[in-house]
Design a binder for this molecule. Structure first.
Ligand code: SF4
Ligand code: SF4
Length: 426
């Protein structure tokens, strides 16, 4: 694609990066074929190619975003299916990140939309605030029918019950069972530890059973992805995690930073890029990104112990977009589940997002629900007993609409190798 940035514009490292990405695009439109919003809405501007043009126009001409541009950028799920499909290697993720930041800087949303985003950005990355937000949501449930459409959609997403706090709630070190073979940091995270603390607990048991010392580092927390995908500055979260893990690295070494929420994993693997212009942090952040692995990658590397029970249950594996498109981790979770004795079933149209996408199901409930319906039909066509996924957003989204237990892959692996049966399986 031709671009016409001036030399002065190209002195800005972000615009220089955008220019390189845009020039890689040959506007073939292959990406439209696998874009969920293009499939649903059929509008060129709701496909990746159209969004690439919109972003080029805003950045090249330094134009403020219009309501129309903001609408089409907001409808993008950041599922990155287009990146998997693109034959030219267009780094759509870094481009849409710039597009969202430009919209956030230059477009004033209507008051309600602004306030909603503000509340989400101020609550979700902080577990205690998020817990209180969920409590308020539960109280509001009986009056949900009186609320505006988007608030009603949000309240309906609030789980009916708050699970008790898990073992892996606070910074501490969990010793390896037997001889220590690896030392790893586990991302402390934010939303997951409130919505499903059992996932971190299962991860910790699984890792310590496999000879890993597991560190939840003091000072680590939200990866920053939630606010980053809303076009806001997330670098304070990023620097806090880089500092926390660098301290652990210097104290006693780390073989890996293990992440069990693939949305967060995609963000942490990008820390090196996000902080590339920060002289004090660039090298440290690149090191952190290089050490980061999804839990399924890490377990594949160290080898899963033989299963202690063989359930043979039919598990529909839902590939989270952030795992399959963001991190290109596709085979490992399925291979591990099969090794653990489950019969693994591939979900048809597995490359299409379930509609969760961070805050997307709250901000774009109609599209999110249409995608969820499609996902559920595809899963049910397999007649599975369990659904497994590697990302909390997908687990909550699919779990809220399907009459089957939806669990994290590690909960099944933990169970199969000596841990307790996941609560969701009764
Ligand atoms: S597939 Fe890649 S090169 Fe083709 S239009 Fe989409 S982003 Fe551009
Ligand atoms: S990230 Fe997903 S929704 Fe956005 S343009 Fe790409 S394929 Fe479409």
């Amino acid at each position: 694609m031709q671009t016409h940035f001036t030399l002065a514009q190209l002195a800005d490292p972000d615009l220089d990066e955008a220019n390189k990405i845009l020039r890689a695009c040959v506007h073939c439109g292959f990406c439209n074929a696998t874009c969920p919003t293009y499939l649903l809405l059929g509008d060129e501007l709701d496909g990746p190619r159209g969004r690439v043009y919109l972003i080029r126009d805003m950045l090249e001409n330094n134009k403020p975003a219009t309501a129309l541009v903001a609408r089409h950028i907001d409808r993008c799920l950041s599922c990155l299916s287009c990146m998997t499909t693109c034959p030219s290697g267009v780094h759509y993720m870094h481009l849409i990140d710039q597009g969202r930041a430009h919209v956030a800087r230059t477009f004033k949303r209507p008051l309600f939309a602004r306030s909603l985003r503000e509340v989400l950005a101020r609550a979700m990355p902080y577990p205690e605030r998020f817990r209180r937000m969920l409590q308020a949501g539960r109280l509001a449930r009986p009056l949900a029918f009186l609320l505006p459409r988007k608030l009603k959609a949000m309240v309906n997403l609030v789980p009916r019950h708050q699970p008790p706090r898990g073992i892996v709630g606070r910074p501490r070190v969990f010793p390896a069972e037997g001889k220590r073979v690896k030392r790893v940091a586990l991302l402390a995270g934010c939303v997951q530890k409130v919505l499903s603390p059992a996932i971190d607990d299962a991860t910790m048991r699984l890792l310590t059973r496999h000879g890993c010392e597991v560190v939840v580092a003091e000072g680590s927390g939200c990866c920053g992805g939630i606010v980053h995908h809303m076009g806001r500055d997330s670098l304070d979260f990023v620097r806090a995690n880089v500092d926390a893990w660098t301290r652990e690295l210097e104290r006693d070494g780390l073989d890996a930073i293990v992440i069990n929420a693939s949305g967060c994993g995609t963000t942490v693997k990008d820390y090196g890029f996000m902080l590339r212009e920060d002289r004090a942090y660039a090298a440290k952040a690149a090191k952190i990104s290089a050490l980061t692995q999804d839990v399924s990658e890490f377990l594949t590397g160290i080898g899963l112990k033989p299963a202690t029970l063989a359930t043979g249950q039919r598990v529909a594996y839902h590939a989270a977009c952030s795992l399959q498109h963001g991190q290109r981790v596709t085979a490992q979770p399925k291979t591990l589940l099969a090794k653990a004795g489950f019969k693994v079933l591939d979900v048809p149209e597995g490359h299409i997002c379930c509609g969760s996408a961070g805050t997307y199901n709250m901000l774009q409930p109609e599209i999110a629900n249409a995608l969820l319906g499609r996902k559920i039909r595809n899963i049910e066509s397999l007649n599975p007993e369990i659904v497994a996924a590697g990302n909390i957003g997908c687990i909550m989204q699919i779990g809220g609409g399907i009459g089957l237990p939806v669990v994290h892959t590690v909960e099944l692996l933990d169970w199969a190798t000596g841990g307790p049966k996941p609560a969701a399986l009764g």
